[in-house]
Design a binder for this molecule. Structure first.
Ligand code: NAD
Length: 516
């Protein structure tokens, strides 16, 4: 007979370091600092639920471009005259998708599965096949309210990443004082390689499967990297399809278009929130943003609005790095012109690369551009220990989630570079999502000025509490009260932010107790 221990899995004595364990390092430090109740630590250490499921979709036929060498053997292939050029949808990777009856009624010349378009290029016809995508929803904690967090469409996602991002939402909603918990999810997909109608089919199928797991009072998704208001509209439609009381369910997602129940100010809320924090950082020193130089990584939703608002307050943008390139102009980049360049439909990659009003530089040189403020607004883990040694800014305002690794944190602290941590700096998005949710529930719509005034108050008030915790300066002012949160010693800003989150979450467990 086998020994009993053969049937038991012995836990690894030194658990593997993962992105999630890295992200939770600060949680454990804060928990130790405040002596978090042990059972609350267990509740928060791992998510409530981790859902993994699969989504399938039928793709459309595609035209894949041949290299000039490969195209040579089709030298005498006559061009195909496409009668409906709108049926050809150009994707960022150079492929062309055939929509509807793109080639029907055209003079088509196909040889060995290849055709030439009027632009001269030779393309291979790839028949549309069905594809399977891996999808996730992690629901981290709901002690303070329904799970809340974005939907990411990106090739590099994993359960580990969504766990880290969902936990981060639990901290962020507590810091922003909105009555939500934390969640995050999405699909492993590069959305730029799929057509509009394909993304619609994938999104509808995703929501079809997600529906049983979420609800306007259970778990409320929002846009994140690779998704936007259009995707939210599809998710809402699918969730409410056929429901009798559709109008009361609009709060199922936030980040919707204003015309279908979205909130004024939501689209730019995250970038706006980053700048409210930066403004307050300088106000504390008796300074304004006028004349301050800054650089931005990522020029999507968060980065572009942060840049626009910062520049509108007199700041000077010196460099931008995104997925496809880096641009630099020591005299300052014309932000409205850059926004127009990125939004131009001809700019398929929506990238800053090739912007005529700046010079191209290498990504590694981006980090070394001297500027007062660095705003990382791309993906996580970008500022490593090595990069932290090189940066030449005085303040990092984290627009992205988790852009700075724990090792980089230690380097920045040693080098005296200030930090506005992500869980307050980019909390503007979830704060205005909460306003959208309330407006949906109450069937109201607020003006942008009302939204911004509330957002500014919420972020500055909580950022001041975090600064007070960090400096160990317990006090009550008209705007905020940091006395219940200071811990009797100075702590770095990221730890201070986590202390605020944990004290607010712990109160629920201490006062309400645990359901059995
Ligand atoms: P987005 O998809 O609109 O834009 C992402 C930008 O990052 C693009 O400009 C892209 O080119 C760039 N990028 C991607 N990979 C890169 C790389 N390897 N190097 C350099 N640049 C790269 O996404 P977003 O909504 O602006 O989100 C950006 C960050 O902000 C993410 O970390 C997200 O989780 C966080 N965030 C977003 C919101 C929101 O409301 N959208 C709220 C809170 C936090």
């Amino acid at each position: 007979m086998a020994e009993p221990q053969n049937f038991m899995r012995v836990p690894d004595p030194t658990p593997k370091r993962t992105l999630y364990t890295d992200a939770m390092e600060i949680f454990h430090r804060a928990a130790d600092t405040i002596g978090l109740a042990p059972r609350v630590r267990l509740e928060l250490e791992e998510p409530d639920y981790e859902h993994i499921f699969y989504v399938t979709a039928k793709l459309k036929d595609r035209l894949r471009p041949l290299s000039p060498e490969a195209a040579r053997s089709f030298g005498d292939l006559p061009a195909t005259q496409v009668r409906d050029p709108n049926g050809l949808e150009r994707l960022a990777d150079g492929q062309i998708l055939l929509n509807g009856k793109a080639l029907l009624g055209s003079d088509v010349n196909i040889r060995r599965g290849h055709l030439r378009l009027p632009d001269g290029g030779v393309y291979q016809l790839i028949p549309g096949e069905s594809q399977r995508f891996k999808a996730y929803r992690v629901q981290h904690n709901q002690a303070r309210g329904p799970y809340k967090g974005g939907i990411r469409y990106h090739r590099e996602v994993s359960l580990d990443l969504f766990k880290a991002l969902a936990a981060e939402m639990t901290w962020k909603t507590a810091i922003a004082e909105v009555p939500f918990g934390g969640g995050k999810g999405g699909i492993q997909i590069d959305p730029r390689q799929y057509g509009k109608e394909e993304l619609e089919a994938i999104t509808l199928r995703f929501m079809y499967k997600l529906k049983r797991l979420i609800g306007p009072n259970i778990d409320i998704p929002a846009p994140d990297v690779g998704t936007n208001g259009e995707i939210m509209a599809l998710m809402m439609r699918q969730y409410l399809d056929g429901e009798n009381e559709r109008h009361v369910g609009r709060a199922i997602v936030t980040g919707k278009d204003v015309r279908i129940g979205g909130s004024e100010g939501r689209v730019k809320a995250t970038g706006q929130g980053v700048i409210y924090c930066v403004e307050d950082y300088y106000a504390d020193r008796g300074e304004t943003l006028k004349g301050k130089t800054f650089i931005v990584q990522g020029f999507g939703n968060v980065g572009s609005y942060a840049a626009e608002i910062f520049a509108g307050l007199g700041g000077r943008l010196l460099a931008v790095n995104d997925y496809d390139g880096t641009i630099y102009n020591p005299d300052g980049i014309d932000v409205p012109a850059l926004l127009a360049y990125v939004a131009d439909p001809k700019n398929l990659k929506r990238s800053v690369a090739g912007f005529p009003g700046a010079q191209k530089i290498d990504k590694k040189d981006f980090w070394e551009v001297q500027a007062e403020v660095l705003i990382p607004a791309a993906l996580g883990g970008e500022i490593t220990g090595e990069i932290a040694e090189k940066v030449r800014c005085k303040l990092i305002a984290e627009g992205a989630n988790g852009p700075t690794t724990p090792e980089a944190d230690r380097v920045l602290l040693k080098r005296g570079i200030d930090l506005i941590p992500d869980i307050i700096a980019n909390a503007g998005g979830v704060t205005v999502s909460y306003y959208e949710w309330i407006q949906n529930k109450r069937m109201e719509s607020w003006t942008e000025a009302e939204v911004n005034a509330k957002l500014e108050h919420a972020l500055k008030r909580n950022y001041r509490i975090i600064r007070d915790i960090s400096r160990n300066n317990p006090r009550k002012t008209e705007m905020h009260d940091s006395r219940p949160f200071c811990v009797g010693k100075q702590v770095e800003p990221r730890l201070a932010a986590m202390i605020l989150a944990l004290k607010r979450i712990e109160a629920h467990y201490i006062i309400e107790g645990f359901s059995q």
